[in-house]
Design a protein around this ligand. Structure first.
Ligand code: FE2
Length: 319
């Protein structure tokens, strides 16, 4: 049992928590806690294990990016950086200006992200302990299984920019939204509502609904019944989105977020199942079985290595 004082809304409330994995239930989402000063052990027991989202208000306090990263900073220092949004190429400075001059009805380019973050790692160090261990960059975990999906992005957005479809993070990874500048509204769907989300059978990690403003409830009437909770992530705060949590995002103003994924022992089994499923849907059953067998064998070995301190690189393992 953990006895702990945390902030719920404006009140300091004394809460007790002793969750187990099987306790995952909709009411865990009824209130997204905003906490500071908790230990990694508390985080694991109260949030990661029961798969409960949480906003950590002090996890990024050592990041140079907080305070330095503004739209103006990127327009000044990285204006010519090529950026792809949809099927168009932009220069970063151009994309940010379009976002800054956007309105809710006429949004700027989105999604709009730097995916090669090597040059920026020094500003977003350390990868905080709550987001460790992480298995992405372990040499025995082959990069090809991630299907070229980036694990670390710096995202830019402005008024009217919405992530266009509900989804959970690819391959069942935990998602982190570290808000460096501006405010982002995240909508988190309670677990067990796939029957209301119009899951794409070919891409079961995302909904087949796409919308930039409001969903088409006439076409997708069940979606109206889906229970969700909104949480606003402010500059300097980090939101933990447990693996498998369906969510969308909306930029409330000009904002910069560092988005990254986490792969660790508790979501390894589901990750492996998704890797195998991905191959199966691509008609590569034998390859999928082989990769699955290898990864299932690798999991316990990585856990032993992690006991001795592996997969804890605070420099994101990009060097
Ligand atoms: Fe996501």
């Amino acid at each position: 049992m953990i006895r702990h004082a945390c902030r719920w809304g404006d009140e300091m409330t004394d809460v007790s928590a002793a969750f187990a994995v099987e306790d995952v239930a909709p009411d865990l989402f009824a209130q997204v806690d905003r906490v500071s000063g908790i230990s990694v052990e508390e985080f694991v027991q109260r949030y990661r294990k029961p798969r409960r989202p949480v906003v950590l208000t002090d996890a990024m306090q050592d990041w140079a990016a907080c305070g330095r990263y503004t739209p103006e900073y990127f327009c000044r220092e990285y204006a010519d950086l090529p950026i792809r949004s949809g099927d168009r190429e932009y220069r970063l400075g151009e994309a940010i200006r379009l976002q800054q001059n956007a309105t809710k009805d006429q949004p700027g380019p989105y999604p709009c992200a730097i995916t090669d973050c090597q040059a920026f790692v020094r500003d977003i160090m350390p990868r905080f302990d709550y987001a460790l261990p992480n298995r992405h960059t372990h040499p025995l975990v082959p990069e090809l299984i991630f299907n070229s999906v980036s694990h670390l992005d710096i995202f830019f957005g402005g008024p009217g920019n919405n992530f266009p479809f509900p989804h959970y993070d690819f391959l069942h990874m935990h998602g982190w939204v570290a808000q460096v500048y501006g405010d982002k509204e995240m909508t988190l769907y309670e677990p067990g509502q796939e029957h209301l989300l119009y899951v794409d059978p070919k891409k079961p990690w995302r909904s087949s609904m796409e919308y930039s403003k409001d969903p088409d409830y006439e076409r997708y009437p069940l979606f109206r019944e889906a229970r969700s909770h909104k949480v606003i992530v402010h500059a300097g705060e980090a939101l933990f989105i447990p693996c498998g949590t369906w969510h969308t995002a909306r930029c409330l103003n000009a904002g910069i977020s560092v988005l990254f994924d986490q792969l660790e022992p508790s979501n390894w089994g589901e990750f492996v199942d998704e890797v195998v499923g991905l191959r199966r849907r691509a008609g590569q059953d034998a390859k999928g079985l082989l990769i699955g067998a290898y990864l299932r064998m690798l999991g316990p070995l990585l856990s032993v290595a992690e006991f001795f301190g592996a997969n804890r690189r605070s420099d994101w393992g990009l060097h």
